[in-house]
Write a protein that binds this ligand. Sequence first.
Ligand code: GDP
Ligand code: MN
Length: 386
Amino acid sequence: MNIHEYQTKELLRSYDIPVPEGRMADTDAAAGMIAEEIGGERWVVKAQIHAGGRGKGGGVQLADSVDDVKHHADKLIGTNLITPQTGPEGRHVQRVLVEAAQDIKKEFYLGLIIDRSKQRITIIASESGGMDIEEVAANYPHKVIREAVDPAIGLPAFQCRKIASRIGLTGPLMSQAVKLMQRLYRCFRDKKALMAEINPLAIVGADKLLAVDAKMSFDGNAVHQYPDITAYRDFDEEDPKEVEASGHGLNYIALDGSVGCIVNGAGLAMATMDAITYHKGRPANFLDVGGGASPEKIANAFRIVLKDPNVKVILLNIFAGINRCDWVATGVVQAMQDQHIEEPVVVRLSGTNYEEGQKILKDSGLPFITANDLDDAARKAVEALA
Ligand code: GDP
Ligand code: MN
């Protein structure tokens, strides 16, 4: 789960990590009021979307009057911002962050990730931070340093000093960097983050380190333990089909193919996707209805899958262990009748009450394509596309 820059900065501030003074606004009037409250002569207006590269896409604007702040806020809010990270469709901007503009002397990169191969939280740092960090990493990998943190020890000051000195931070800047890294690490651990990134971490004014841009993401399966983080969830940034599915207890992930899949269990979902790919088709989604696939759940699954206009055929693959094939079949027949489904539907049922399930499908008189096993089902689904 990703969160916005203004939310990340609020969280960092609560860990005493220095961030610019500022607040979020969802109207130009509010943006102007925030600028007045902050005071000073220069501000920065930043589009809040779950994607980076905003500087390159016009989503970060400097302003030297309150009117200018309002003007930029007005232009950004409601637009579709396209950046190198959004894809051509862009992201809808609903809010901006208004901050005191900083006099930046130098930009560094500081990130925390989980290195799965090392099974360690790993610090990534570079003396060449800012908007071109991706190119730096690709062309000058020696300029990006990595330090794994031993979970039994945590992040001791000496390790932070080592990182700071390798990116050229000395004297008072080094002691600020040590504190900042330790606080960021504590925040990361406390909230079970998956990623934290400060880019740029900047030297501003005479000699102060400041997190000028920040983003974090969290483990969606752990986040319910932290109501403060859960409250940061922005449903507008997520695929509406995925949001609706999670509300019905369905696990739905949108993909870009044309075979809609309704399956129970994540393992079977993945095997089904593999079988479709093997037969040269492409899954449109991953939808796991879980264990207790009631007729209502099946109906919801059909509705959600069919909201994707790319879906040209539906493959229902259910292995009924604790489930019952007759239940599932009843749900499928109901969904077909209530939702006037015109796309071909391939059904493969297996397990408890298999015969009863088949009979319900047959007696309905509906044009199901039935399949005997997973391979047969995937082949028939791909054939139905032609
Ligand atoms: P991103 O492009 O989405 O990562 O957005 P950032 O917040 O990192 O902003 C992009 C760039 O704008 C930064 O690398 C800075 O160079 C610049 N920038 C952001 N805030 C300020 C500011 O307060 N003052 C100045 N001078 N530059 C800023
Ligand atoms: Mn940035």
